[in-house]
Write a protein that binds this ligand. Structure first.
Ligand code: G3P
Ligand code: MG
Length: 263
């Protein structure tokens, strides 16, 4: 027997992914603004450390996919990272025309966590801060990012949700910001979910949507945890997952999912 969750977490039905990845360049202020404009109240984004230890919004270990620059985030200084335009992947994947319009905009540079917090507060968004460490920096990334965010985030606003695939990052989050809810990320349903979520004091499980089974959702929900899935970009898939009992769909396409499923 394990004890009930430390937090009871009410997740929104629809949450933007990397801001709103299909609507503006991922993990940028432009993407947060696009998510808010599409009607979500929560956004997920990824936080990583630069080579000199500054928390920034970024997904990959290497710079190339989103910025076109050579090198690795963990070996690049904040000064250099701040000069990078993060529109490349968006332009190549979604829209060359919109990508061209975004290119060079100040809101499309790689943002610091501090700039992000100011933008979120301005937009009235609640963050799901995914700690995305480069190898070897799981605890350090959470410690640096969350202690900095805790200095900025007002106490009278809903606390940020901290999520990660890295259990070491969640353990660090529990030490640094014990009162903020935590979400365990998993590609496959973790056999030890009960023990892991209890030990890490998690409030939610966030799973890859294609591997999410009705019975697993029911078991997790019955234990008192919230259940989120990523990354759901179609209305039919979203409806099927909600029918399975999932609480929250993390999506690149809030423009599609909010009007269809967030009635
Ligand atoms: O937090 C949900 C989702 O973002 C996890 O996967 O690779 O998109 O960060 P990834
Ligand atoms: Mg993520």
């Amino acid at each position: 027997m394990t004890s009930p969750p430390a937090f009871s977490l009410r997740l929104p039905r629809i949450m933007g992914h990397r801001g709103a990845k299909a609507l503006a360049p991922e993990n940028t202020l432009a993407s947060l603004k696009a998510a808010a404009a599409a009607g979500v109240t929560w956004v997920e984004f990824d936080v990583m450390l630069t080579g000199d230890g500054a928390p920034v919004l970024f997904h990959d270990e290497t710079l190339a996919r989103t910025t076109g620059a050579a090198g690795q985030m963990a070996r690049t200084s904040l000064e250099v990272v701040r000069g990078l335009d993060a529109t490349r992947h968006f332009a190549e994947t979604y829209s060359r025309r919109a990508g061209k319009a975004f290119r060079g905009q100040p809101d499309c540079r790689v943002p610091t966590l501090e700039e992000t917090a100011a933008c979120l507060l301005d937009l009235g968004l609640t963050p799901n801060v995914e700690i995305k460490p480069t190898p070897g920096l799981a605890a350090r990334t959470a410690e640096v990012a969350l202690s900095r965010l805790a200095e900025i985030w007002p106490k009278d606003r809903a606390a940020p949700l901290v999520s990660s695939f890295e259990r070491e990052s969640l353990a660090a989050a529990k030490r640094v910001v014990p009162d903020w809810p935590r979400g365990l990320l998993a590609e496959d349903f973790p056999a030890d979910w009960r023990e892991a979520m209890a030990a890490l004091g998690c409030a939610s499980l966030h799973m890859y949507w294609r591997r999410t089974r009705r019975a697993d959702v029911a078991a997790v929900k019955a234990a008192g945890y919230a259940f989120a899935v990523y990354t759901v970009n179609g209305v039919r898939a979203g409806r099927m997952l909600l029918d399975k009992g999932v609480d929250c769909l993390i999506t690149d396409r809030p423009d599609l999912l909010v009007p269809a499923l967030d009635a």
